[in-house]
Design a protein around this ligand. Structure first.
Ligand SMILES: [Zn+2]
Length: 499
């Protein structure tokens, strides 16, 4: 063979490999041919399987645990250097960003957007490298597998596409975005396990919202900043959020805080969302993780909702990469604060006197007779857009607090509590001999409930926990959790010796 033939042959081989590689990685999804289509569950997993085949070094797809449908949860990870061990990634100084999709499968933008984002980043090294030198991205392709399989076209009235989508509830009709702490669903217990394994620095849970109409496609619930330890909450409020809002506007997606109003219409202002632990970002906050719940607006076309979701994840990825060290320092300071403080808040109340004025781009609110009842009906006139300053109430104070105990003692009968602590990597020890010790017990002196919901009764008064001390003989076999051990487990360091 002469030199020219060899060169030609090598070119041909390279070309073939390139074609084969591209054919595997450069798939399109139905949305790219029909803007009113979202992926089914099986199509979604097939896309990730194609990525796993095309990029075996930087991408990994695995399954964890189970869901109420009986199927496992999938976890898709992009790691630039091929390291997939969370501890090794943390040691390398990279930040971990986790994305959750399809918790409400009728709000499916994140399912499609994450497939495209992963495909695009893996296919374009020039985009891929600067970000993935600094962060590892972990995605749950579809969290509510059960609801995603229950596909239809009529469970979200007035939503502007897609033509078919999954159902909000899971296989037990539970709302998974109320289940992160009580963990009644297998989905939530598996999620807790995944979250505690990866312990992400940043978390994004993609949603779609309804309610008042306004000019924005994208609204945002960020972790309520007063709920995070100060170094991290301040970083979120003062550095991260302004940059995310600015970068979304530069991409053509003006964003506004999630529109929850004190009065009937947004003219009255916006109140911050106090994301308790039952919600995904509230659960994340308990791990000193900054969480985001982007909520696109259901009255905007699916195409715009999907692309704004894609843009939001991209700006968060880029911010996290650009500020990787700062985020690491702020989070380490937050964990140090958690270890040192003696009082922990269980609930918060909004400071109704404290607000910031923000610009709001709305539509005029009007009333007209309802075609159904004939009674006046509120509607928003898109032919009358306006821009005005409105108050934004987003400062919260602890309203219920507890003192940090030396340890918790859990009777063995409370196995559901012990199970939930275990899946959150909380270290426990079992008493090997009876222990005579003064203990304090929380009690609820008064309770009033409203209707039962998902197997529980929500307590609407008497929530302030009291306590009483008495000397008790703790039986052999009870689990003991030392607060320091909880923190130690979260930080991945050796737990302190229990005396
Ligand atoms: Zn939702």
């Amino acid at each position: 063979m002469n030199k020219l033939t060899i060169v030609a042959l090598l070119c041909c081989l390279a070309c073939n490999r390139h074609i084969q590689h591209s054919a595997m990685a450069n798939f399109t999804i139905p949305f790219e041919h029909d803007n009113n289509r979202t992926l089914t569950y099986d199509e979604t997993i097939e896309c990730y399987e194609k990525l796993a085949a095309a990029y075996p070094r930087q991408f990994r797809l695995s399954t964890v645990g189970s869901t109420d449908s009986g199927r496992p949860l999938h976890v898709a990870v992009i790691s630039g250097d091929g390291e997939f061990d969370p501890e090794a990634i943390r040691r390398s100084g990279r930040r971990i960003m986790m994305i959750n999709n399809g918790i409400h499968p009728g709000e499916p933008e994140g399912i499609d957007a994450t497939v495209m984002l992963f495909r695009d980043y893996l296919a374009k090294p020039e985009l891929f490298k600067p970000v993935l030198d600094k962060i590892v991205i972990v995605a749950i392709p579809v969290y509510n597998v059960d609801g995603c399989l229950n596909r239809g076209s009529f469970s979200r009235a007035n939503q502007d596409g897609p033509e078919a989508y999954g159902f909000r509830g899971n296989a037990r009709n539970y709302d998974l975005n109320r289940d992160f702490v009580k963990c009644d669903s297998r989905n939530a217990r598996t999620f807790n396990q995944i979250f505690s394994t990866w312990n992400p620095d940043i978390f994004v849970d993609n949603h779609t919202s309804n309610g008042a109409d306004y000019q924005y496609v994208m609204t945002l619930i960020a972790t309520q900043h007063n709920k995070l330890e100060a170094p991290l909450g301040d970083f979120l409020q003062e550095t991260m959020l302004p940059e995310l809002y600015g970068n979304m506007a530069k991409k053509g997606w003006d964003m506004i805080p999630y529109v929850d109003t004190p009065g009937e219409t947004p003219d009255s202002g916006i109140v911050g969302f106090c994301d308790h632990g039952r919600y995904s970002t509230g659960y994340a906050a308990m791990w000193n993780t900054i969480g985001f719940m982007p909520e696109t607006h259901m009255l905007k076309p699916f195409k715009d909702r999907l692309w704004s979701t894609y843009a939001f994840m991209e700006v968060v990825m880029q911010f996290t990469a650009n500020h990787a060290d700062e985020i690491g320092r702020a989070r380490a300071a937050a964990f140090a604060r958690t270890r040192e403080k003696q009082t922990f808040a269980l609930d918060y109340a909004m400071d109704q006197k404290r607000f910031d004025m923000i610009e709001f781009k709305g539509y005029a609110a009007k009333y007209k007779p309802s075609e159904v009842s004939g009674l006046p009906r509120l509607w928003y006139d898109r032919s009358e857009p306006f821009v005005k300053q409105i108050p934004y109430y987003n400062h919260f104070e602890p309203s219920v607090t507890v003192e940090k105990p030396v340890a918790y003692i859990i009777p063995q009968a409370w196995e559901h509590v012990i199970e939930r602590l275990k899946i959150n990597s909380v270290a426990m020890e079992v008493l090997d001999k009876p222990l005579e010790i003064e203990t304090e017990t929380y009690y609820i002196g008064d309770f009033k409930t409203r209707n039962g919901w998902e197997g529980h009764y929500y307590q609407i008064s008497g929530r302030k926990p009291g306590s009483q001390g008495r000397t008790q003989r703790q039986k052999k076999g009870r689990s003991r959790v030392r607060r320091e051990r909880v923190e130690a487990a979260r930080l991945g360091i050796s737990p302190v010796t229990v005396v």
